[in-house]
Write a protein that binds this ligand. Structure first.
Ligand code: SF4
Length: 150
């Protein structure tokens, strides 16, 4: 996407929480509906608006009851089940297994993910990717990332 268009679309974004923002209309609405329908069916997506499925072996990290996006907690049971929801496998065990099967992005599992921007909840991650709305990180994180990834 050309930088000028990206800049314009990013500055025009409504950054209000979805609950208080006006309804999404037109193409944006269509994108949201298609994304929700397809990804909820395929990945049990929770519409966090900042998708990292390609980094997690196509296992949605937001299904973790602790919303962990950087690997499992210390409570994974020995057979790979979740300590909070023991009737389910740990999403991070599934992430590891899934990442080994991916032809691409295997090593992205090792990427450290920035904190979740909860303002994007219930918005389209596709739109947020195109507009770079999902690129926001708190200042402290940006400083950390600059140090961690020279
Ligand atoms: S990471 Fe976010 S957008 Fe991607 S599948 Fe999970 S909840 Fe949905």
């Amino acid at each position: 996407m050309p930088a000028a268009i990206r800049r314009r679309s990013t500055t025009r974004l409504d950054r209000r929480p979805p609950a208080t923002a006006p309804p999404v209309r037109g193409v944006r609405r269509a994108l949201l509906v298609v994304e929700r329908a397809s990804k909820e069916a395929l990945f049990d997506c929770r519409m966090c608006g900042q998708c990292i499925l390609h980094s997690t072996g196509l296992s949605c990290p937001m299904r973790c009851p602790k919303n962990l996006r950087n690997g499992p907690c210390g409570g994974v049971l020995q057979d790979g089940r979740c300590e909070v929801l023991p009737d389910r496998p740990c999403v991070w065990v599934r992430a590891w297994e899934g990442s080994r099967r991916l032809p691409l992005w295997r090593d992205h599992l090792l990427h450290i993910q920035k904190p979740v921007d909860w303002r994007l909840q219930e918005t389209s991650s596709w739109e947020n990717l195109l507009t770079r709305r999902d690129a926001y990180a708190p200042p402290g994180w940006a400083a950390y990332e600059g140090r961690a990834r020279p």
